[in-house]
Structure formats: structure tokens, C-alpha cells
Design a protein. Structure first.
Length: 89
């Protein structure tokens, strides 16, 4: 976890920006010693958003399965995909 003060952000933005891009991790910014905001590079943010959306879709699919909605086997999914994309397998 990377923690920096709001003073560092205000006085040395380029260092914080470079650190965010190089580390690929969020940087926690404190104000008066307490957590205030998080700064991260756009690439890392977009990757997190994609992961969040994927996890949400998986959770929705699992909930549908638990609620008794029809499912297909892995073998049936492979067959359908092979047919759709003309893949020999």
C-alpha cells in the first residue's frame, strides 16, 4: 500500500503521477493524517473496472444458476463455440 500526504500531491504532482503509473497500484492520499482520496493511473483504473464488471457478470450467472435457470455443460458450450467460430476440436 502506497500512502502519501495531500501536501506531497499538491507540491509534487509529477512524482505522484509517475509513482501511480509505475506501480500500477492506487496511492492513498491523506489529509491531516486521515485517509482522504485515492489516486491511480487510468490504465490501472480501467483494468480494475473490467475486473469488477467481469466479477459482476459471474455473480449474476451464479445467482441465475442457483435460482434454477437452465444451464449447459462445458462440453455443450465448447460444441456451440466451435460451431459458431468454425473451430475444429
Amino acid at each position: 500500500m502506497i500512502i502519501k500526504s495531500s501536501t506531497t500531491l499538491r507540491n509534487d504532482y509529477s512524482t505522484i503521477s509517475n509513482l501511480a503509473h509505475e506501480s500500477g497500484e492506487p496511492i492513498y492520499i491523506t489529509k491531516n493524517g486521515d485517509g482522504d482520496v485515492v489516486v491511480m493511473g487510468i490504465e490501472a483504473f480501467e483494468k480494475r473496472e473490467q475486473m469488477y464488471k467481469l466479477k459482476l457478470k459471474i455473480a449474476e450467472a451464479e445467482l441465475a444458476r442457483l435460482n434454477g435457470e437452465p444451464t449447459i455443460s462445458v462440453e455443450e458450450a465448447r460444441t456451440r463455440l466451435a460451431g459458431k467460430y468454425n473451430v475444429q476440436g
